[in-house]
Structure formats: structure tokens, C-alpha cells
Write a protein that binds this ligand. Structure first.
Ligand code: GDP
Ligand code: IMO
Ligand code: MG
Length: 455
């Protein structure tokens, strides 16, 4: 049995926490895309763990797998593994030999490309996490990337580096006109990454992910596929070009891990929804409240009618600051067309709605129910980002709900939620024609109302 966890919005929906709750019964937790651009928070026995690369399940003694669809920075990987060990845990992490490797030059190029884009006309800067994600996937698609398996063989490693590194150095120096250092030096990189390869081999961390997972499933194990980012950041189904470079949607669970789509479709696919909307980086956001300088398009020129106070209140109460970068996140009302789109793309069989506590105490809660653009009403996301940027939301209004005791409600169950909050959740269920399996009422594990356990 499998459960696939997919972010229904723009990342940071609280996927880590739900993987933690649903993954309790699982044996294996698999990341299938992305890299250390993700930031997942898991709270265990009052201790907070922030993970970028290691699958959340590793905090609870599950086998964590980084699938072939991931891009792996070995330095981050070992840092996280060592930190977890220092804190008394014994994480069992396996890495696909087919996964691509992030090198220091990818990070440098990520920064340079963002800077160049920011100086261009047309606002092409994405606001990336600067982790080298895009440049690494570029190399994968260009067929000159290096894979985890290449780190295990010194001859292959040197051969591949000798081909690609001079090209990267020339790009940095001759196209972008920046000075380069050891991060663009074949010998230095060979030494550093050879030692990572030795450690991966010594600790027997590498696997043929598809075969490994198929064997575990055949043996009766339960597997959770943990999506990073979210549908709006999907390179195909998100708001291109303001996206990441992989497929967080459910199809990615198959291609990014090496199991058949039928395996994913046989299991449950749970869409993780934040009760409002947050976004890090640039790109349109029709239901945005307030704004973040540098990220909200046109914000510096026009702050009229943006409801700053409410935005600040939600940002502070919801802890809406990036796990990886610490940047303030943009916040807005729930955008239902985004959720309809996400539900269609990934085929959600259930939903988890988080941060219902964060909205408590707000008198009137709104949702963007549909959009109007050029006189037409739309119920789902238009295919071009420019058109999305032109959409005006048609709001629906809900009575707000009072503050409540999260732990008590979680212990008592769904019916203990304020009636107004239940009405809000039932609206979401109806619109998406998908049941709500869990409701997040606080960051802790004991602050999740579980109605149905997919495993
Ligand atoms: P992820 O990237 O989707 O795993 O989410 P993040 O961990 O980046 O961001 C979610 C943040 O919200 C974390 O700090 C969580 O501890 C917190 N969180 C998750 N669910 C809830 C919830 O229901 N209520 C509140 N107040 N916080 C939550
Ligand atoms: P989790 O897994 C929110 C955003 C970045 C940027 C865009 C591209 O914690 O939900 P990238 O570095 O991937 O090339 O950046 O995607 N982004 C995220 N936003 N949550 C994430 O991950 C994100 N990972 C990337 O802010 O806009
Ligand atoms: Mg996050």
C-alpha cells in the first residue's frame, strides 16, 4: 500500500507534519523530486526538526529514500544525517544511484542567473532558494549531469567532471563575467566528491530505488511518497516560469522513484492544503493580502487596499517565514481555482487541511471561489501565468470561528471543531469532491484531527 503526499498550493502547506502523522504506520518514506530547496518541519516530543533533504520519516526510524527524481547535495545530506545522529537518532537514508548531484558551481550559477534575471526587463527573477536546483536539473536534461552512481567510480567521476566543469567555468567567466574559484576546479571538485562517494559506499547508502521499493512493497511494506514544494511550483502544471524545476504532482512519484504509475494509483493520493495561501518568491497571487517587498509584483508602487494588518496577523500567527531561507512568505486568502487544478492534476483521494487554528479569531474569512478575466468566469487555473495575473478573484465569505483549544479538539475529534470551521472545511470538500482526512490545528503532532487514516 502506498500514500502519496502532494502539496496542493505553493509549498509549505505542512506536508512534513502530515507525512509524520500518516507515516507513523509506514515502513518507508520516499522523496521523489526536488532537493534541499524543500524545508519540512517535524515536531517530535516537543523537539522541532527542520529537514531539507532527509525524508521526514527519518525522525521516526523509518527508512528514508531519496529517489532518482531528486537532486542531491551530498554536503547537505551528510550535515542532516550527522545532526540527527548528534541528537540521538539513527536515520536510515538510502539514495538512488540515478539521482543527480548538486555541485558547488550549480549554486553559484543559480545565484548569478537570478541576479541577471532581476536586471532584465519583464521581471523574470523567480526568487529561488539559491540551492542550485534549477542548474542541476538543466544539466540532467542536457545529459551532462553527474549522478550519485558516478560518485562511486573515480574514473567515471573524473571523466564527467573533466567534460562539464570547464564549460561551467567558461559560462561563469565569459558569459556572465564573474571570477571563479575552487568551485569550478576539476581537481578540487574531484577530491571533495570522491570523498562523498566513499562515504556513501562505506555506509551502504546507495540503492537502485525502483528495485528497492518494488521489493519492499512485494514484502508487504507500506510506503509514503513525500512530495516537496507544491502543485503551483510544478515545472509543467505550475505557474511557469515562477516554478521549481521538477514535478511535485503525483505523476512525479512514479517517474521520480522508479515504481509504476499503477502502484501510485492503487494507493491514496492526499493533497495537503493550507487553510489560506502562502507563497515564497515572485509570480502572481490573485488572492494576496498585503505584500512582500521584492516578491509581490508591483508592490513597491501600489500598496492600496492590500489589507496589510490582516496579512501581518496571519504571517505572524502562522509562522510564515521560510524554513530554508527565513524569508517572509506572501499570504492570501484560500484560492479555490488553484485547488481544483491541483485535484485534477494529481487525482487526490483525500485532503489534509492545515492551519485552521491560524485563521481562528478572524471575524470574516474569505476564499477566492472563482476568477473573472476578460468578462469570463474561470473555476480553474488558466494555462498561462500572464492570464492568471490578470484574474480578479470572486470572493465568498464565511463566518469566522473563535479561538479553540487545539489539543483538546484534536483529542476529541472533528465534531469538536467550531461549527464555522466545519462549514469552511465542508465547502472545500464539496468544491473538490474529495473528503478531508485530516485537519491541522497546530504545529505539533498531537494537534492534528485525524478523521481517516489512509494506511
Ligand atoms: P512543508 O514544507 O509543507 O512540510 O511545510 P513547512 O514545514 O515548510 O511549513 C509549515 C509550518 O507550519 C511549519 O512550521 C509547521 O510546524 C507549521 N504547521 C503545520 N501544520 C500546522 C497547523 O495546522 N497549524 C499551525 N499553526 N502550524 C502548522
Ligand atoms: P517545501 O517542500 C515553498 C520556491 C522558491 C522559488 C521557486 C523556485 O518546503 O514546500 P528553486 O530553489 O526550487 O529553484 O526555487 O520555488 N520554492 C518553494 N516554496 N516551499 C518549498 O518547498 C519551495 N521550494 C522551492 O521560493 O519561488
Ligand atoms: Mg517548507
Amino acid at each position: 500500500m502506498t500514500v502519496t503526499i502532494v502539496g496542493a498550493q505553493f509549498g509549505d502547506e505542512g506536508k512534513g507534519g502530515i507525512v509524520d502523522v500518516f507515516g507513523e504506520a509506514a515502513d518507508v518514506v520516499v522523496r521523489y523530486q526536488g532537493g534541499d530547496n524543500a524545508g519540512h518541519t517535524v515536531v517530535r516530543e516537543g523537539t522541532e526538526y527542520k529537514l531539507s533533504l532527509v525524508p521526514s520519516g527519518a525522525v521516526r526510524g523509518k527508512v528514508g529514500v531519496l529517489g532518482n527524481g531528486c537532486v542531491v547535495n551530498p554536503e547537505t545530506l551528510f550535515d542532516e544525517v550527522d545532526t540527527l545522529r548528534d541528537r540521538g537518532l539513527d536515520p536510515d537514508v538510502r539514495v538512488a544511484r540515478r539521482a543527480h548531484v548538486i555541485f558547488p558551481y550549480h549554486r553559484v550559477l543559480d545565484g548569478i542567473e537570478e541576479e541577471v534575471k532581476s536586471e532584465s526587463d519583464g521581471n523574470l527573477e523567480v526568487g529561488t532558494t539559491g540551492r542550485g536546483i534549477g542548474p542541476t536539473y538543466e544539466d540532467k536534461a542536457a545529459r551532462h549531469g553527474l549522478r550519485v552512481g558516478d560518485l562511486l567510480d573515480p574514473d567515471v567521476l573524473r571523466e564527467r567532471l573533466s567534460y562539464v566543469v570547464p564549460k561551467k567555468r567558461a559560462l561563469a567567466e565569459e558569459v556572465y563575467g564573474v571570477d571563479t574559484d575552487d568551485r569550478f576546479d576539476v581537481d578540487a571538485l574531484f577530491e571533495q566528491y570522491r570523498s562523498y562517494g566513499e562515504r556513501l559506499a562505506r555506509e551502504e547508502m546507495t540503492v537502485n530505488a525502483g528495485a528497492f521499493l518494488t521489493d519492499r512493497l512485494a514484502a508487504g511494506d507500506d510506503v509514503v511518497f513525500e512530495g516537496a514544494q507544491g502543485t503551483g511550483l510544478d515545472i509543467d502544471h505550475g505557474t511557469y516560469p515562477y516554478v521549481t524545476s521538477s514535478n511535485p504532482t503525483a505523476g512525479g512519484a512514479s517517474t521520480g522513484s522508479g515504481v509504476s504509475p499503477a502502484v501510485v494509483a492503487d494507493g491514496e493520493v492526499v493533497g495537503i492544503v493550507k487553510a489560506y495561501l502562502s507563497r515564497v518568491g515572485t509570480g502572481p497571487m490573485p488572492t494576496e493580502l498585503g505584500g512582500v517587498v521584492g516578491d509581490t509584483p508591483g508592490y513597491e508602487e501600489d500598496t492600496e487596499g492590500r489589507r496589510e494588518e490582516l496579512a501581518t496577523r496571519i504571517r505572524e500567527d502562522g509562522g510564515e517565514y521560510g524554513t530554508v531561507t527565513g524569508r517572509p512568505r506572501r499570504v492570501g486568502w484560500l484560492d479555490v481555482p488553484v485547488l481544483r487544478h491541483a485535484t485534477r492534476v494529481s487525482g487526490f483521494t483525500g485532503l489534509a487541511v492545515n492551519h485552521v487554528d491560524t485563521l481562528a479569531g478572524i471575524e470574516e474569512v474569505r476564499v477566492g471561489h472563482s476568477y473573472t478575466v476578460e468578462g469570463e468566469e474561470l473555476h480553474s487555473l488558466p494555462a498561462t501565468t500572464e492570464r492568471w495575473g490578470d484574474c480578479t478573484p470572486n470572493f465568498r465569505t464565511f463566518d469566522g470561528w473563535p479561538e479553540f483549544d487545539s489539543s483538546a479538539v484534536a483529542a476529541e475529534g472533528y465534531d469538536a471543531l467550531p461549527a464555522e470551521a466545519r462549514a469552511y472545511l465542508e465547502y472545500i470538500e464539496d468544491e473538490l469532491d474529495t473528503p478531508v482526512y485530516a485537519v491541522g490545528v497546530g504545529p505539533g503532532r498531537s494537534e492534528t484531527v485525524v478523521r481517516e487514516h489512509p494506511l
